[in-house]
Design a protein around this ligand. Structure first.
Ligand code: FE2
Length: 428
């Protein structure tokens, strides 16, 4: 007897009329018209069923703090960093945890069941680290939360940062972070990348650095990150987040750089909602938009995953932790409007992110965890277009969130119409 049968599914690869059999929290089988008794059956109604969304780049220690202690009047990165500095002395573990749990409930409702969050290790009290480690174990039944030790004030620049970061790793933080473009000099940035990669290699950890989050085309720390990854044998375990300087780099240099990134098997993690609002602020016109070279990296076979980065915090006032909103922005700002490119942006918030986090039990395949989302959409492109409703969110084969389908009821000259915005492309 199966625990659950999800019938009449369309899968992200285009297969239609598929049934998904679930037993003991694991996918037992996927095939058309599966027979077999099940305790419960859900009819997906031909809608898209996807493995959950994954956010590979987030800041859970700052989320939902908007307005504390004041709003970011200019909307700039620098005022955001200043604001975060003003807020830090007033943070309490309880309030931080409360905000993190509130955010996680939004994430679950949006079908996001794995999150990699950076946690600021600059403060010697490591209060945010302690708080998020507790949140990680409390939320584990529903969300896989991976933490990155993030030296926001600089690894070499800020006194005590090296010790604080190592203590955070000793406490159980999973991934080594960094911020080389924020160190005092290019040389210090390079040395910080080397030191942090060596630390990760010693401890057998993954690396995810805020790397070159600047409009300065000479910010080339991704080059050192790639070279160190290869030198230390860390291939496949390293991510470069943001990489916005690549937007402004010389094309000839990029043609040398991207093969190094590919060779090191680095995951690139752009954060389009934040990059488009924060970068280019010193420009008049033309105004750069700071999105890294997604199309070119995809063409090179580099793993590209998209992050949300911020929700209602000192840097970004908007958002509801919706990874389809992230993919939607990436399609626009990256000009990824080709048919297969839009599909790639859906992959960037699902399977590519799973690869970045190293989630081995993820995916819609027999033997994988029965974690999935039923969307009110017929395919990944429609899901992005509509930022489609998450009708059901399943974790280990159990429904943990439901949302009513979106539908308007029109009354026009006495005629009634139901409108839900779905529309498949004409095949004629
Ligand atoms: Fe970030």
């Amino acid at each position: 007897m199966l625990d659950l049968l999800v019938i009449n599914c369309t899968l992200p690869d285009g297969r239609k009329n598929q049934d998904i059999a679930i037993k003991n929290g694991v996918i037992a089988e996927i095939a058309p018209s599966l027979a077999g008794e099940a305790v419960e059956t859900i009819d997906a109604g031909g809608n898209l069923v996807t493995p959950p969304f994954i956010d590979p780049h987030f800041h859970m220690d700052a989320t939902l703090s908007l307005g504390l202690p004041r709003l970011n009047e200019s909307g700039t990165l620098l005022e955001g960093i200043q604001l975060w500095g003003e807020l830090k002395p007033h943070l309490t573990k309880e309030a931080l945890k409360e905000r993190a749990h509130a955010l996680c409930k939004w994430s679950i409702a949006r079908g996001t069941l794995a999150i990699r969050s950076h946690v600021d290790t600059s403060d010697p009290s490591l209060l945010a680290v302690e708080a998020l480690l507790e949140v990680k174990s409390e939320i584990a039944p529903w969300i896989d939360l991976q933490l990155v030790a993030f030296p926001q004030d600089g690894y070499l620049r800020s006194p005590g940062a090296i010790e604080n970061l190592k203590r955070a790793l000793d406490m159980g933080v999973d991934v080594v972070g960094g911020i080389p473009h924020f160190e005092r000099t290019m040389e210090d940035g390079r040395l910080s990348v080397i030191a942090l990669c060596e630390l990760a290699a010693e401890r057998g950890l993954m690396v995810d650095m805020h790397c070159d989050e600047t409009d300065d085309p000479m910010s080339r720390h991704i080059e050192t990150l790639s070279a160190e990854t290869t030198r230390l044998g860390l291939q496949g375990r390293v991510a470069g987040s943001h990489l916005t300087s690549m937007h402004s780099m010389d094309n000839y240099y990029v043609s040398k750089l991207l093969p190094l990134v590919a060779e090191a098997e680095i995951t690139a993690i752009p954060n389009p909602l934040i990059n488009i609002t924060i970068q280019g602020r010193h420009d008049t016109y033309p105004k750069r938009r700071g999105m890294t070279r997604v199309k070119e990296m995809n063409a090179m076979g580099i793993n590209v995953a998209l992050g949300h980065d911020c929700v209602m915090d000192p840097w970004y006032s908007l958002g509801s932790h919706d990874m389809l909103e992230v993919a939607h922005m990436a399609v626009h700002v990256g000009q990824m409007t080709g048919v297969s490119q839009m599909q790639e942006m859906f992959d960037a918030v699902t399977i590519n992110s799973a690869k970045a986090l190293g989630l081995e039990t993820y995916g819609l395949e027999p033997g994988k965890n029965a974690d999935m989302v039923i969307l009110q959409a017929s395919d990944p492109v429609e899901a992005i277009r509509l930022r489609a409703q998450r009708l059901y969110v399943l974790r280990r084969g159990k429904v943990i969130s439901k949302m009513a389908p979106q539908q308007a009821e029109l009354s026009l000259d006495g005629e009634h119409y139901a409108v839900d915005f779905r529309h498949s492309p004409s095949s004629e």
